[in-house]
Design a binder for this molecule. Structure first.
Ligand code: GUN
Ligand code: ZN
Length: 444
């Protein structure tokens, strides 16, 4: 019903996004309208301005004109980030996964028993990621329900789209106190979900979060699978990040065919599942991901920092498995999705060095992974990911030529060259405005 749609924001300028057919489209001389409820109402050539103004009832003076070289990109989607690990980001990356978890991670996560500590860190991580253009984040918190609810409250208050997970882990604890019984884990998960859903945050949703197979009993995994199914919820976990981990899972579960088979048999692989890493998945396992519609979060900074492995993104795409990028703070040391794009390129280049003839990923393809790919991973493709009419306006205004910025723009540059420079060299200084569902996020 068009007559009741009120267009409250109109932008004129250049828009850069991905589609299914093209990883990078540069749309120049565009006029884009956003409705009162934050949705894209039109995106057309600016020669249509007069017609559009008549039809939607806006004035010339309502139009925001982008400056020279400025462009909008869709807000980026961080498909895997540990909000709780933000407190020690950039430290302790001198070990492989399992010793790293025991030495740094579990002791750090224990501190979130105190909601005051959680409040400080969670405010900072939400602001920092938004400032870096992450309009949607899929968060792991800790086992503590009240602190995790606080993360949801903070994301809502500051204005980030988010999935928030109360971590579940009932076995193999190495840190005194940082473990739950199976029953506690299940009951607290139920309390977490019902409390968060009751609050009716428009953009913040709960996600079922078994830490990984090594931290969860068979019973806990099955119970969580059932809770997800009964409430039609998203699911996140880790899979096949490191070869030592994969070997232990094999020993723990000799009756299952693979790591993937464990999650699959526990009803944890659905079209709303996102599994982080997957560096060492076999082709057979990728086929199961494809059949289930489950997705992979590629976390290249973490995979390199913890020497976990080099995920072959081409092979994942060949199996038609949904894939996006994640920072995996703090196995990854950067909260920036631009960094995730660059590390994904580095990883692909390392694979190219190892395998002659390997088709290296392009900067355009990793941009698609960071935006449209991420929206698919989180089953939000109808809502976010690019600038299509009907989707929410989640966007970042990029100014490549700010004074004191991280790189230089020359009058002789093409627009495409400037876009490419931004992806390789830009940072949060270039991200001058951030929008989530049409609302400008302020005070970052
Ligand atoms: N596997 C299980 N827990 C974790 C975690 O916190 N970080 C990473 N990178 N892998 C994990
Ligand atoms: Zn992780």
């Amino acid at each position: 019903n068009e007559s009741v749609i009120l267009v409250t924001k109109v932008f004129k300028g250049t828009f850069v996004h991905s589609t299914h057919t093209s990883p990078l489209e540069i749309l120049e001389n565009i006029i884009l309208g956003v409705s009162e409820d934050g949705k894209i109402v039109f995106i057309e050539d600016s020669s249509e301005q007069e017609n559009l103004a008549k039809r939607w009832g806006f004035e010339n003076t309502d139009i925001t004109h982008l400056k020279d070289w400025e462009f909008f990109i869709p807000g980026m989607v961080d498909t895997h980030i540990h909000a709780s690990q933000y407190s020690y980001m950039g430290t302790g990356l001198d070990m492989s996964l399992l010793p790293w978890l025991n030495t740094y991670t579990f002791p750090a996560e224990l501190k979130y028993k105190k909601t005051e500590f959680a409040e400080e860190v969670y405010n900072k991580v939400v602001k920092r990621t938004l400032k870096n253009g992450t309009t949607t984040a899929c968060y792991f918190a800790t086992i503590h329900t009240d602190s995790t609810l606080l993360l949801g409250e903070i994301a809502d208050k500051i204005g980030q789209r988010a999935f928030v997970g109360k971590v579940c882990m009932d076995i193999n604890n190495t840190v005194e106190e940082y473990k739950e019984t199976t029953e506690e884990s299940v009951e607290e998960t139920k309390r977490f979900i019902s409390t968060l859903l009751q609050r009716k945050y428009p953009q913040v949703k709960p996600i079922i979060t078994p830490r990984f197979v090594l931290s969860c009993s068979d019973k806990l995994l099955k119970d969580l699978g059932l809770i997800a199914k009964n409430n039609d919820l998203h699911i996140q976990s880790h899979i096949s990040e490191n070869t030592e981990e994969v070997q232990i899972v094999k020993k723990m579960f000799p009756d299952y065919k693979s790591y993937t088979d464990v999650y699959n048999k526990c009803n944890l692989l659905t079209n709303k599942t996102v599994m982080a890493h997957g560096c060492h998945l076999t082709d057979k396992e990728l086929d199961i991901f494809n059949q289930r519609g489950a997705a992979i979060s590629h976390c290249p900074n973490s995979n390199l920092s913890l020497c976990s492995g080099l995920l072959d993104v081409r092979n994942v795409l060949k199996h038609k498995v949904k894939i996006g990028l994640g920072t995996d703070v703090s196995g990854g040391y950067s909260p920036s999705m631009l960094d995730a794009m660059r590390r994904a390129l580095d990883t692909s280049k390392a694979l190219t060095i190892q395998n002659s003839g390997y088709e290296t990923l392009t900067y355009k393809e990793v941009f698609r992974l960071a935006t449209l790919g991420g929206s698919q991973v989180l089953a939000l493709e109808d809502t976010i990911g690019n600038f299509e009419v009907g989707k929410d306006f989640d966007a970042v205004l990029v100014n490549p030529s700010i004074p004191g910025g991280p790189f230089d723009v020359f009058a002789s540059d093409t627009f495409e060259a400037v876009v490419e420079k931004f992806f390789y060299l830009g940072d949060d200084r270039n991200m001058v405005e951030v929008y989530v569902a049409g609302k400008k996020v302020v005070n970052l």
